[in-house]
Design a protein around this ligand. Structure first.
Ligand code: FES
Ligand code: ZN
Ligand code: ZN
Length: 329
């Protein structure tokens, strides 16, 4: 197996491109694929300040590294979800990467900000951990980007992530999610002329497969956290990835064809389902929320505030019950 560019010994082969690369040319290839995605989907301008959401895993650290290579103004953001030792180790990986590159990493903790971790939230609300995890991340990433004055929020979603999400959305014919599944989500405001409510969100790794970000991180000496989140059990997205990987092995390029074919030929057909919904400020926190589904008080609360209120109410009930138990004894 020889490098497509220099004919030296190749270390990575990419069957869907029918190409193999030596270490240096693989790094060049990945950087140019990301530059191509950024250009094709007009993700950023040279002046934008980018906040990169990092988990300590290979994808988010790789995308941060690539964006720095491409000359963008980047800062990292790590949200501590309080998932036992796993969160501690993933934070260490993110901090070590930022230190090794001499770049700024903003660290916030869910428990310090809101009083609960992802496992506690799951126990209190009775919902699967991933649902609370996703809700918290979306909310906190956007809040941090707005508060710290960033133009764009970057996430490390790769081709495998996006095609698995697409597959799930098609299986359930979730037309609203199909309409919103774009590599760029433009910024939104609550009303004309108002300050930004949602920052622009971009996914520059859409042309890169998961095994390629792992190879990239290895070659670039990025010490990422390899272990998976211990709460991943039962996550259907993982099942979709396994199924799609079987199809990819049988026919290289399947994932790319499905995802990019969708963006090119199908996505706009769901434009109306994207929800050109009106945004209004949440009565609880002021964050933007869609103007539907009024809260019991008649005021509108965002999903985050509703979930937080539920968790706090359940916690108070439990503490109350425990207190009564202690008194009886
Ligand atoms: Fe879902 Fe970690 S909470 S994978
Ligand atoms: Zn080469
Ligand atoms: Zn709110």
């Amino acid at each position: 197996m020889k490098c497509k560019v220099c004919r030296a010994h190749a270390v990575v082969d990419i069957r869907r491109h029918n190409a193999a690369f030596c270490q240096d040319h693989f790094v060049d290839h990945v950087n140019s694929q990301v530059a191509k995605a950024i250009k094709e989907f007009k993700m950023v301008t040279a002046e934008d300040r980018l906040l990169v959401a990092v988990s300590g895993g290979k994808d988010s650290l790789a995308v941060w590294d690539i964006l720095m290579n491409l000359g963008y103004d980047t800062t990292g953001f790590y949200l501590d979800l309080g998932i036992g030792g796993y969160s501690g180790r993933s934070k260490e990986a993110a901090v070590a990467f930022a230190d090794s590159r001499g770049v700024k990493l903003i660290v916030r903790s869910l428990r310090e900000e809101h009083g609960f971790s992802v496992p506690e939230l799951s126990t209190l609300t009775g919902r699967v951990p991933c649902s609370g995890c996703g809700l918290n991340k979306r909310y906190e990433f956007n809040r941090a980007a707005l508060e710290e004055g960033f133009d764009v929020l970057v996430t490390g979603h790769n081709l495998d992530d996006e095609v698995a999400t697409l597959f799930g959305n098609v299986l359930g014919w979730n037309t609203q999610m199909l309409g919103r599944q774009r590599p760029v989500l433009e910024e939104r405001v609550v009303s004309a002329g108002a300050a930004r409510a949602f920052v622009r969100k971009i996914k520059p790794l859409i042309r890169i497969a998961e095994r390629e970000t792992a190879a990239y991180a290895l070659i670039r000496g990025i010490d990422y956290i390899v272990e998976e989140c211990p709460m991943v059990e039962g996550n259907t997205q993982h099942r979709y990835k396994e199924a799609l990987t079987l199809l990819e092995e049988a026919s290289p390029g399947t994932k790319h064809r499905m995802y990019f074919g969708f963006l090119k030929n199908v996505s706009d057909r769901f434009a109306e389902d994207r929800g050109a919904t009106e945004l209004i400020p949440c009565a609880g926190c002021g964050a933007p929320t869609v103007a539907s589904g009024a809260h019991a008080t008649g005021e509108l609360m965002c999903s985050f505030c509703k979930t937080k209120a539920l968790a706090q109410a359940r916690r108070a009930e439990r503490e109350d019950a425990t207190g009564r138990g202690v008194k009886r004894r």
